[in-house]
Design a protein around this ligand. Structure first.
Ligand code: PLP
Length: 408
């Protein structure tokens, strides 16, 4: 296991705000100095576009940009770097898959199998794909803890209509890890493809796209210590080959003609029209190297340790309702009895604690857990048990009066 005290020294946000407790890494993580330096270094020493300049700095940056695909591929164990498409974030990756499915894979009567725990970015694109193709959305039955039974999941395939499955690796509200290997195995048995929303899973857990046999995996750099504005779409190469870009423009075409013919670049460059987030790619490489230096097994183990510790402490308080007692990835979701989540967050903010409240972009989840507004504390490698203790003391003392005072 790593030394969290040492880790904390790498994060300027912690040094610059020593009294602030940041429990909102599910929204975006802090960045270590090495990532910040890399982005800054690009602007100070290597500022050039990629693949567009016939000079040394452009060659240098283009090479790092291209080589980073190998780093990303290694991180998720993709079989080749050409399976890695740079996008603007998980949302643009998920849209790329859904738009292609709507245009090319799905037809009237087909079924898109998903769940009511999805983040908006993994359900709205599928609504559009359904509307476009005439396919239907089907929701896997989840119990009131937002967990599924694999038998119920398999039952959803029995009429032979499911063509694609869209599910998260980890729920952004419940913090549960879904059984991706089994999900893919069952879907493939019935000839369906699987698109996994890895936005909350990839930063915290080891993932092996080949072992799990995932068809598509989407994730964002900014939730895993890297810069914002850059994300990844992993796809099996033969599937990416069959897909069309969402955007067209410079960098993604080999040739075009006055009669409208376009010869696209090969996969994955055909998906990457326009100047990409170059500094984001460079920063993402550093973020991955940083996570790898800690070891994803350790990251995962520490996430479980923090969640368990937090939940154990919360369970001892009688003014708290916890919604995800089995959380394993640093996400703890709860309410203070009789207090509106946002009012509680205002008080926490006054006490120097940052959390998120509301429905967390998972607006259908209330159909499953029967509560709409919750407080979500999402922790990462730089958080400590001492911070949890401080938060627990604040929660213990939270009253309606204190919350109202903080809102006014
Ligand atoms: C589960 C999940 N999916 C998708 C997204 C979208 O990620 P981004 O906003 O980085 O595109 C988020 C962001 O919070 C998320 O938590």
């Amino acid at each position: 296991m790593f030394d969290v005290k040492e880790i904390r020294k790498d994060f300027p946000m912690i040094t610059n705000h020593p009294d602030l407790i940041y429990f909102d890494s599910g929204a975006t993580s802090y960045k270590p100095q090495c990532v910040i330096d890399e982005v800054r270094n690009y602007y100070e020493f290597d500022n050039a576009n990629i693949h567009r300049g016939d000079y040394d700095i452009s060659f240098k940056v283009s090479k790092i940009y291209d080589d980073t695909r190998k780093t990303v591929a290694g991180f998720i164990n993709a079989p080749r770097k050409e399976c890695i498409v740079y996008t603007y974030g998980a949302t643009s990756s998920l849209n790329t898959v859904a738009i292609n499915a709507g245009n090319k894979l799905l037809k009237k009567g087909d079924v898109i199998l998903t769940s009511e725990v999805e983040h908006a970015s993994d359900i709205l694109p599928w609504f559009i794909a359904a509307e476009k193709s005439g396919a239907q959305i089907r929701y896997i039955p989840f119990n009131e803890h937002a967990l599924m039974d694999l038998k119920d999941y398999e039952e959803c395939f029995k009429d032979g209509k499911v063509k694609i499955v869209a599910l998260p690796y980890v729920s952004n509200v419940m913090g549960y890890i879904y059984p991706i290997r089994e999900i893919c195995m069952i879907a493939h048995k019935y000839g369906a493809l699987v698109s996994i929303d890895g936005a909350q899973g990839v930063p915290h857990l080891k993932i092996d796209v080949q072992d799990f046999d995932i068809d598509f995996l989407s994730f964002s750099s900014h939730k895993m210590l890297g810069p914002a504005g850059i994300g990844v779409l992993y796809g099996k190469y033969d599937l990416l080959e069959q897909m069309d870009p969402i955007f067209y423009g410079g960098g993604s075409n080999a040739r075009f003609y006055e009669d409208g013919r376009i010869i696209l670049q090969k996969t994955p460059e055909k998906f990457e029209a326009g100047t990409p987030c170059i500094e984001g790619v460079l920063g993402l490489r550093k973020a991955i190297e940083y996570l790898e230096s800690i070891g994803m097994d350790n990251v995962m183990e520490y996430g479980i340790e923090l969640s368990e510790y937090f939940i154990e402490k919360l369970e001892k308080l009688d003014n708290v309702e916890i919604y995800n007692k089995g959380s394993q990835s640093g996400i703890v979701t709860f309410n203070i009895k009789g207090i509106f989540a946002q009012d509680a967050a205002s008080y926490f903010n006054k006490m120097g604690i940052s959390v998120r409240t509301g429905n967390h972009c998972a607006k259908l989840l209330q159909n499953v857990i029967h509560v709409n507004e919750t407080i979500r504390a999402s922790l990462y490698i730089y958080n400590t048990k001492e911070e949890i203790d401080r938060f627990i003391d604040v929660i213990k003392d939270t009253t309606i009066e204190k919350c109202v005072d903080s809102v006014l």
